[in-house]
Write a protein that binds this ligand. Structure first.
Ligand SMILES: NC(=O)c1ccc[n+]([C@@H]2O[C@H](COP(=O)([O-])OP(=O)(O)OC[C@H]3O[C@@H](n4cnc5c(N)ncnc54)[C@H](OP(=O)(O)O)[C@@H]3O)[C@@H](O)[C@H]2O)c1
Length: 274
């Protein structure tokens, strides 16, 4: 019997690449997305598309149970849906903060809670949380995004212990930069960086320019999907998978440098003074 993977946020990017990769390996795939009309998986017979906005906590159990009933199994959950909120913390609205956490954190909680009774009853399963290099180190002007991804990283590490006795593996895939819609269509800003009257505009422009300069180092969504597939199928209890040479480089540097050296390097890399 083929195994079944349930993936959130599969309209574009890493989620869409993961759907294709698992389907090509013969898995049954529950591809979930906010708007099923965005699905581009008509060529993949073992993929079913379900509507799921992860901020709708009531919708998560419905989608999980429907996929479980349709495929007759549920083996792996990949919590991938997420987006970045960039810009100064001071300028973020309550709504922006709540929506960032509702998507990147509470959405993961809702879908994971919906899947756990099934995985625990069968005494097997893998839960993959897509965090970020930004769940292990922080860059300027991304405080709220980092808060969500650091949160998810700690959540996952604790859950790793809690679920091991039930045969459930928890894993984190932490990508560096990835060429997807993340930095374009999906990105939300707390200020308009073109507004010279804003006291943070200069910093934001420097940070965005630095990210843009490094976009040539980005991994492809397919490369990250490969890491997700390895994490799912390697049969080990490894918790974290750092995905992308850029992510490995920066996290390696963090372990080798003092805090002062590291923060000086980050300021230089992002063109920040002071
Ligand atoms: N790209 C990077 O540089 C990078 C680096 C590190 C980590 N990540 C993480 O990787 C994950 C995937 O991002 P990506 O790079 O593939 O970007 P992407 O192309 O923008 O894809 C993000 C996906 O998440 C979905 N999504 C957003 N809010 C949602 C919600 N409330 N409910 C359900 N789905 C929702 C989007 O759906 P819609 O089409 O409906 O908007 C889209 O399918 C995210 O968790 C992101 O934080 C990305």
């Amino acid at each position: 019997m083929p195994k079944t993977v349930f993936i959130t946020g599969t309209s574009t990017g890493i989620g869409a690449a993961a759907v294709r990769l698992f389907a090509q390996h013969g898995w049954q795939v529950a591809a979930t997305m906010r708007n099923p009309a965005d699905a581009k998986f008509q060529d993949l017979p073992n993929v079913r598309v379900y509507a799921l906005d992860v901020t709708d906590a009531a919708a998560a159990p419905r989608a999980i149970q429907q996929a479980h009933a349709d495929f007759g199994s549920l083996d792996v959950l990949i919590n991938n849906a997420g987006y970045g909120l960039v810009g100064p913390f001071e300028a973020a609205t309550d709504e922006q903060i709540q929506h960032q956490f509702a998507t990147n954190v509470f959405g993961v909680f809702a879908v994971t809670r919906a899947a756990l009774p099934i995985l625990r009853a069968q005494q097997s399963g893998v839960i993959i949380n897509i965090t970020s290099v930004g769940g292990r180190t922080a860059f300027p002007m991304n405080s709220l995004y980092h808060a969500t991804k650091f949160g998810l990283d700690g959540f996952s590490e604790s859950l790793w212990y809690e679920l091991a006795p039930f045969g459930i593996q928890v894993k984190v895939v932490a990508p560096g930069g990835v060429a997807t819609d993340f930095a374009t269509r999906s990105l939300q800003m707390t200020i308009d960086p073109a507004n010279d009257a804003d006291p943070y505009a200069g910093q934001v422009r420097s940070v965005l320019a630095a990210f843009n300069d490094r976009s040539g180092n980005a991994s492809s969504a397919e490369q990250i999907a490969d890491v997700i597939y390895t994490a799912t199928t390697d049969g080990t209890a490894q918790l974290r998978y750092i995905a992308g040479e850029d992510a490995k480089g920066i996290l390696g540097a963090k372990t080798q440098m003092s805090e002062a050296e590291f923060s000086t390097m980050i300021k230089q890399n992002f063109g920040l003074n002071g």
